[in-house]
Design a protein around this ligand. Structure first.
Ligand code: F6R
Length: 586
């Protein structure tokens, strides 16, 4: 979703800001824009579409104060006027915003004497600042006045040509951090665009206003009382953030899963036992969205099979409706790759208000979820840039398995077992690399693809269907294999692909029977298994592995299937339409 960057410091080229903005592309966007202070005036540029053709004016500009924005439309359609930065009527104040202003209609009515250039909620913030500055206030006080009226989520960057030595950053329930470098001070939605410049970050808290100059910053609350925010040095992630030899980030992230697992498994045993201790005393509730939600389904199965407890799993956007019905000793376990997903953060804030403890499993260092948690397990799988989550998913499964075992007093043996899965994941790639691509060439012509599995493998089917639909735009749906004859069989017609996730376990023959039922109605059966069967028209061959860890190997060829299908259909798997990597609005 929207990404923002800002800079104040020594004069830099305009392309430094557009290059940094490009590093936020992975969050998803439909338009973009930049504003620079140049020769005492604000120069701005906005466009719909991708950041590719950088106008000459930006390439040539030299500026020491700039802001930029990638917009993922919420209020107002996708058009140049709704793109940020917004400019005041006097062309002397400019602002970018990520988030949603809940009371924007009310504020717009209050500002009815003003003329608006966009349909966005963001422009009302600018108008409030402008009104206050017009009545004699300085920029900092005008921003403080404006944000005190706002309800909702907002990360803002604002500067004015009237006070050219200041950049102002505001954070409330949308991500924003500062990066302190030798060139000057940056602000951004996350660390990724700033990695080339610094490893020193300031993680702003909700309710913070930062007043930034070229070599220092001060933080305040919304009433301008000073608050202390420290600079934290953050070591670079374990894996390279470039695409390396791969055509797409998603492909790189799929292929690196076997060796990333080794990094993921470098965990603090004491942290795991402390978390296990908390779980012992509590009613465990997993919450997450999307792929992380699918990972929670494994958490539930692992805890019930290995640890003998039966946690609940609630989709984070539904959690607030369940909150009042949860037992007092509930322990909320939130999973999120980004640690910035709005529904997860909202649920966690509400759960904290009720006095529940929060454990989280997160990839991004010191993200908002981390700061709301009592205890954290880091995925350590390196930056995940592709919008479709892949390596974070397998890391979550591995660590949930480790945690359930830690609870059962078997941390060390589980660690050994998990480490040995790394080579089996590699085999899952090696066995299927070319054949899955050939399968994608067939799948790409279908409008519907179905995935079936039983218990743990139903969760694999759910995740595989999510991957295929989100990047290829083919309708893909998962069913519990046994439920086919209760309705979904009606969907099967000649040639429809049904992908059957069926390891050789005690329910193998039941699942095969369901595949036979589908085949008798004309389905093309793709078997995903470590055991061949005559019902399979196409076989995705997998190595033998502990049945609880089969998902770690079976999901990989299915991720590749989704990837190649999208590429065959000329859809960019790294940036699927309408989707964002970091879903920072509810
Ligand atoms: C799907 C996908 C999304 C995310 C979801 C939650 O491939 O990536 O469904 O899993 O938006 O994101 P996080 O894990 O960052 O909370």
């Amino acid at each position: 979703m929207c990404g923002i960057v800002g800079f104040i410091g020594m004069p830099v080229k305009g392309t430094l800001i557009t290059d940094s903005l490009k590093k936020l592309e992975y969050r998803g966007y439909d338009s973009w824009g930049v504003a620079f202070l140049s020769k005492g005036r604000i120069e701005s540029f906005r466009a719909v579409g991708s950041i590719n053709k950088i106008p000459k004016k930006i390439q040539e500009i030299s500026s020491n104060l700039a802001i930029g924005h990638t917009r993922w439309a919420t209020h107002g359609r996708i058009c140049k006027n709704n793109a940020h930065p917004h400019l005041s009527s006097g062309n002397d104040i400019t602002l970018v915003h990520n988030g949603i202003i809940d009371n924007f209609s009310e504020l717009k009515t209050r500002l009815s004497g003003n003329s608006f250039n966009s349909d966005t909620d963001s422009e009302v913030i600018l108008k409030l600042i402008e009104e206050k500055m017009d009545s004699g206030s300085d920029l900092l006080h005008a921003v403080s006045f404006a944000v005190s009226l706002l309800k909702g989520s907002f990360a803002l960057l604002v500067f004015s040509s009237i006070e050219p030595a200041k950049l102002i950053a505001v954070k409330n329930e949308s991500p924003l951090l500062l990066g302190v470098s030798d060139k000057g001070i940056f602000a951004a939605s996350d660390q990724i665009p700033l990695r080339n410049f610094t490893d020193r970050f300031v993680f702003l808290e909700d309710g913070d206003i930062a007043l930034i100059s070229k070599n220092s910053f001060e933080c305040f609350d919304f009433s301008l009382n000073p608050v202390e925010r420290k600079i934290i040095k953050v070591e670079s992630n374990v894996t390279s953030s470039g695409k390396l030899k791969y055509s797409h980030f998603m492909l790189k992230e799929i292929m690196e899963q076997p060796f990333v697992l080794k990094d993921v498994l470098v965990q603090d045993k004491k942290n795991f036992s402390e978390i296990s201790f908390l779980i012992k005393k509590s009613n465990l509730v997993f919450i997450a969205n999307g792929t992380s939600f699918n990972a929670c389904l494994f958490g539930k199965e692992f805890f019930s099979r290995i640890a003998g407890i039966n946690p609940r799993v609630i989709e984070a956007s539904e959690f607030p409706y369940e909150l009042d019905f949860l037992p007092e000793n509930s322990l909320i376990f939130a999973l999120s790759q980004s640690g910035e997903t709005a529904d997860v953060l909202d649920s966690v804030r509400k759960a904290r208000k009720k006095g529940f403890k929060i454990i989280s499993m997160v990839n991004v260092f010191n993200s908002s979820l981390v700061r709301l948690s009592d205890k954290v397990i880091y995925l350590n799988c390196g930056e995940e840039i592709g919008v479709a989550s892949t390596k974070a998913f397998t890391s979550q499964i591995a660590l949930l398995f480790l945690l359930a075992n830690s609870f059962a007093g078997k941390f060390d043996s589980a660690l050994i077992e998990l480490n040995s899965v790394s080579s089996l994941m590699q085999q899952a790639i090696d066995f299927n690399l070319d054949s899955v691509k050939a399968l994608s060439a067939k799948i790409k012509s279908f409008g519907d693809v179905y995935f079936i599995g039983r218990n743990l493998n139903y969760a694999v089917a759910l995740e595989a269907a999510l991957k295929l639909k989100e990047i290829s735009y083919i309708h893909a749906e998962a069913f519990q294999a046994g439920s086919l004859k209760h309705g979904p069989l009606a969907l099967i017609s000649k040639g429809i692909p049904v992908i059957v996730v069926a390891p050789k376990d005690k329910v193998f023959s039941d699942t095969i029977n369901n595949a036979i039922e589908a085949k008798s109605r004309g389905a093309f059966i793709v078997g995903v298994s470590n055991e061949s069967n005559e019902v399979f028209d196409f076989f995705i061959k997998l190595p033998k592995v502990n049945e609880l860890l089969f998902p770690l190997v079976s999901i990989i060829p299915l991720q590749l299937l989704a990837f190649h299908t999208a590429v065959f259909l000329e859809r960019n798997p790294d940036r699927p339409r309408n989707l964002a990597k970091s879903v920072t609005v509810k």
